[in-house]
Write a protein that binds this ligand. Structure first.
Ligand SMILES: NC(=O)c1ccc[n+]([C@@H]2O[C@H](COP(=O)([O-])OP(=O)(O)OC[C@H]3O[C@@H](n4cnc5c(N)ncnc54)[C@H](O)[C@@H]3O)[C@@H](O)[C@H]2O)c1
Length: 342
């Protein structure tokens, strides 16, 4: 490799341990420092990331870390509603690349602050909507792009289980719909699950841990290319996560591990099962799934490669989720997007 290794650090060491693991397993990087407010989380980081204690410097103040280490890249894996400050501060400190956890953030003011900072400073950033780098999803998107089932018409997405939450996990579902639709959303309609009828128009999830503070919801999303997404999530269902992509010439049904394809030669004809090119699904260990994401970030820095999960798409995802809260609060009316800027 001709480029020098990129010096990486992690802010927020819970899920951030998987980021640490990814940097230490990607030859493009050297993990040099980590930061968390809580010493017990730092202790657990080493076990979770399979790293030896003493191999990286430890901080409890990320500003001090940004000032003292000559970093090229940081991961931001702080709670769902606390991504904006570390991202903006890292970008303003001259960090070249940021891998920010999902959701981008939980309100549009913070989202715009983050996007303004990275675009102003020229910082490369990906948001960890993880499926963007999983081969099975990439292969299906490529096949759709090549017209294998004609122009995509509908994307039906399901998420189930106790931890079905619009922001915490639902962001993966909504973002994957945006990933396949490859267009901007123009409206959203939503109906939350029972018990969350009066949730209100602002995120109340306190950082993302408690399913009681983040509703599952059923959404209809229309995109400007005519594709319609139907997103269904509910806590009292089996723990599934899957997508049904439908076009005039067939259908892809894709989950984290499998894909089934049905095709027809005749538009709107009866589809028959067809073969999908071999592609792997989610890795068994989450850290392994993140290795291609950080490797892509290196290529974004070195060669100007595009992100598979850019901040602007993550902003669309957030806007859909916030639009869903507004729709629910107005008896499931259609909410036109983009939302007005305050
Ligand atoms: N991509 C995925 O599939 C996936 C999976 C799980 C979690 N996540 C995301 O990762 C993020 C973190 O999730 P988690 O479960 O680890 O949350 P968490 O609350 O367990 O951990 C966040 C950590 O950030 C630390 N922190 C908060 N403020 C800080 C600051 N100013 N400086 C340094 N550290 C600070 C906290 O002390 C805490 O240890 C969330 O955004 C979550 O949605 C993503």
């Amino acid at each position: 490799m001709t480029n020098q290794k990129l010096r990486a650090a992690v802010i927020g060491c819970g899920l951030g341990a998987s980021h640490g693991y990814a940097y230490t397993h990607a030859p493009e990087f050297e993990l040099v420092a980590i930061c968390d407010l809580k010493s017990e989380v730092i202790d657990a980081f080493f076990e979770r990331s399979q790293l030896e204690r003493g191999s990286v410097r430890e901080y409890t103040d990320y500003q001090a870390m940004l000032a003292e280490e000559e970093l090229d890249v940081v991961s931001v894996a702080t709670p769902d509603d606390y991504h904006a400050n570390p991202v903006c501060d890292a970008s303003n400190a001259g960090i070249k690349g940021i891998f920010c956890e999902k959701p981008l953030t939980t309100n549009l003011k913070d989202a715009d602050r983050m996007i303004e900072a990275i675009e102003h400073n020229g910082t490369k950033m990906s948001v960890d909507h993880t499926r963007s780098w999983v081969p099975i999803y990439q292969t299906v998107r490529q096949a759709v792009r090549e017209g294998e089932i004609g122009n995509l018409t509908r994307i039906v997405a399901h998420m189930g289980g106790r931890r079905s939450m619009l922001f915490r996990n639902g962001t993966h579902l909504v973002d994957a719909v945006c990933y396949f639709a490859e267009a901007d959303p123009v409206w959203v309609i939503a109906a939350h699950e029972r018990g969350f009828e009066d949730y209100g128009i602002e995120y109340k999830g306190e950082g993302g841990k408690d399913p009681g503070l983040d509703p599952a919801s059923t959404l209809i999303i229309e995109f400007d290319n005519g594709i319609r997404g139907i997103v269904n999530s509910a806590k009292m269902t089996p723990a599934i996560f899957e997508f049904d992509l439908l076009g005039p010439n067939g259908r892809y049904w894709v989950t984290d591990k499998h894909c089934t394809v049905w095709k027809t030669d005749r538009p709107e004809g009866s589809p028959q099962k067809a073969m999908l090119p071999q592609a792997s699904g989610y890795a068994d260990y989450f850290g392994d799934t993140l290795i291609p994401a950080v490797q892509e970030l290196a290529m974004m820095i070195w060669n100007g490669a595009p992100s598979s999960s850019p901040a602007r798409r993550a902003r669309n995802t957030l806007e859909i989720m916030l639009g869903a809260l507004i729709s629910q609060s107005q008896d499931s009316t259609k909410i036109h997007l983009p939302l007005p800027r305050k």
